[in-house]
Design a protein around this ligand. Sequence first.
Ligand SMILES: NC(=O)c1ccc[n+]([C@@H]2O[C@H](COP(=O)([O-])OP(=O)(O)OC[C@H]3O[C@@H](n4cnc5c(N)ncnc54)[C@H](O)[C@@H]3O)[C@@H](O)[C@H]2O)c1
Length: 325
Amino acid sequence: MLAAPLCYNRPMRFLITGGAGFIGTTLANHLVRTGHHVRVLDDLSAGDPSRLDARVLFSRGDVRNVPNLWTLLQDVECVYHLAARISVPESVLYPLEYNDVNVGGTVALLTAVRDVGVPRVVLTSSASVYGNQPGQPVHETMQPSPKSPYAITKIAAEHYLFMLGRLYNCDAVALRVFNAYGPGQRIPPAHAPVVPLFLRRALTGGSLVVHGNGSQTRDFVHIDDVVRALTAAASVPEVDGQVINIGSGQETSIQDLARVVGSVAGRAPSIIYNESQSPGVARLVADISLARRLLGYAPEVGLEQGLNDLLKIDGQFERRKLVAA
Ligand SMILES: NC(=O)c1ccc[n+]([C@@H]2O[C@H](COP(=O)([O-])OP(=O)(O)OC[C@H]3O[C@@H](n4cnc5c(N)ncnc54)[C@H](O)[C@@H]3O)[C@@H](O)[C@H]2O)c1
């Protein structure tokens, strides 16, 4: 169970675009369970509304539909903008669609925010905007170096957010989320996120396929920590115009992740190194000092604990689901 949000002292009204997805569902459920009013807009291209708490008002629709946004934004005090296409490899195949949804959707939302007069927008940006950097951990002042259409859509969305937010007199905050994992993360047939994919393979006796030699590093951040940061971003003052890293601050190589997953799952899965597959950026770990300072953010869930908890959720339910998926 998440700790109470930092600064709320009264129920607030939120809209979450993309709120039937992995991060959005956890955020929406947490907010309604702590007394807030939440509307969710999602086109269900990837989301699943069945995981949403019954108190969340769900609306199916496209974030680019501005008249629909006018209705959904009435009396909303903060919008979380999560709706996006999220696969890096898919974005290479369909850059136009990624641009339309991720950039066009952000512009559509911001124009509706202007029309209705919403005081704050929180955007989930991505660590992918950093690309390869000369040093680690990465901090927010480093020059972005996006390496995929997806990453370009996220940095473009940030620029629109801050520029239009300033013009329309709306507080704007972008959280650059690193590799989030936890309960409810989907495992699509292609390009699945590495944590749930490795877990499922380990539980079902399969091999873990590592791209390259596995020395590439990432920052795996538990969904509960991401939600803690998101709730703080809606409630603390003095964050207008800020871009803030949200990671664990811990650097983990993919081959170490494979070992930890094996030990948590109680198996010793074989690890296959696919040297012909690009490992992506060589190193990526977040400097989270700005999040600590501005949001009071302090990650609470370590990787091993997060993986163990994932397997224990609702007794054996998650384990069965992972095996069956
Ligand atoms: N999961 C991560 O590790 C991670 C890391 C960095 C950034 N992010 C960002 O966080 C946000 C949420 O990511 P997630 O992991 O929950 O992904 P997700 O795919 O589970 O959620 C995205 C949701 O957006 C919805 N959506 C897509 N296009 C839409 C449209 N045109 N109109 C309305 N809804 C639409 C999908 O149906 C889905 O439910 C995204 O913006 C993503 O770029 C995620």
